[in-house]
Structure formats: C-alpha cells, structure tokens
Design a protein. Structure first.
Length: 156
C-alpha cells in the first residue's frame, strides 16, 4: 500500500502576506479511517484476546495517559513512542510580568518510537487528485470510505 498525496500550490513564504511567489507542495491524503472496532477485530483475529479485553486495555491506557499528562509527566509507551504536553504562550518583557495567563494553549506532542520511525523510511507514495473540502461522517469503518480529511499535519 502507498501513501496517497495531492499537490497544493502555496506561498514559498506563508507568513509573509506580500509574498506572491508560489510553489507546489505535497499534501498527504487520508485513505479512510482505522477505527477502534476494526483494530479490536484485527487484534482478536490475530491472537487469543477477546474484544472486551482489547477495549478494556485500550480504555485503561487512555485513562492512564490522561492522568500522567495532566500531572506533567512524559508518557512513554515503549516502541510506540512518547507523549508530552507542550505550551504556547505570549511573551513578557520580564519574569515578574509573566503569569500563567500568558499561556494561550496546550498541545500534546507525540514522538514516535523506533518501529514507527523505521516504518516511515519504507513508505511508497502515489499521487492522486486533491480531495474536496467536505468531511465524511465515516469515523469507524476502517475501510477506504469517502474520507476527505487532510492528515498531513496529524500528530505533529
């Protein structure tokens, strides 16, 4: 299977409103969703765990990740990777002037582990037409539904 991409014309300096020079850049095009139901089905078919066990472990993992991140910890999930809170803030001229009110937003940063990093090295690519901007409501099919999401900036 290959990663589908389309071409998107964008400014070579996106933060410069006066820049009129544009180039074409690749934009990843999602090819459907792999939802929890399909993941559970795949795991139970490949091993001895039953669907309820897979869901229970998944729910527990999400709960523990939420607690750990809320406590300011880096959540390390072995070869999968790690998650950490990152902050965006406005600046202050002095340390005294900076308060928590300067913090605008928190994000979760994901750092992939070795297995995912190795997978990225072996990808192949297939150019497709750019998808429309309407969104599909197919959120758990796991198939190649009519998904029009752009996942080029997903997890990062």
């Amino acid at each position: 299977m290959s990663i589908k991409y389309s071409l998107n014309q964008m400014s070579i300096r996106p933060f410069d409103p006066d820049c009129t020079e544009k180039n074409y850049y690749a934009r990843a095009q999602a090819d459907g969703y792999l939802g929890m139901e399909k993941i559970c089905s795949n795991i139970t078919r490949a091993g001895t765990a039953i669907r309820g066990d897979v869901l229970a472990v998944s729910d527990g993992l999400i709960y523990e990740m939420t607690q750990g991140l809320s406590d300011g910890k880096i959540v390390q999930l072995g070869d999968f990777g790690s998650f950490q809170i990152q902050l965006s803030s406005s600046g202050a001229e002095t340390i005294k002037e900076f308060t928590s009110a300067n913090i605008r937003k928190a994000r979760i940063q994901f750092r992939p582990g070795p297995m995912l990093v190795d997978m990225l090295k072996t990808l192949s690519y297939e150019r497709v037409e750019q998808k429309s901007t309407t969104r599909s409501t197919d959120t758990d099919s796991g198939g190649s539904g009519n998904n029009n999401d752009d996942d080029s900036n997903m997890l990062g």
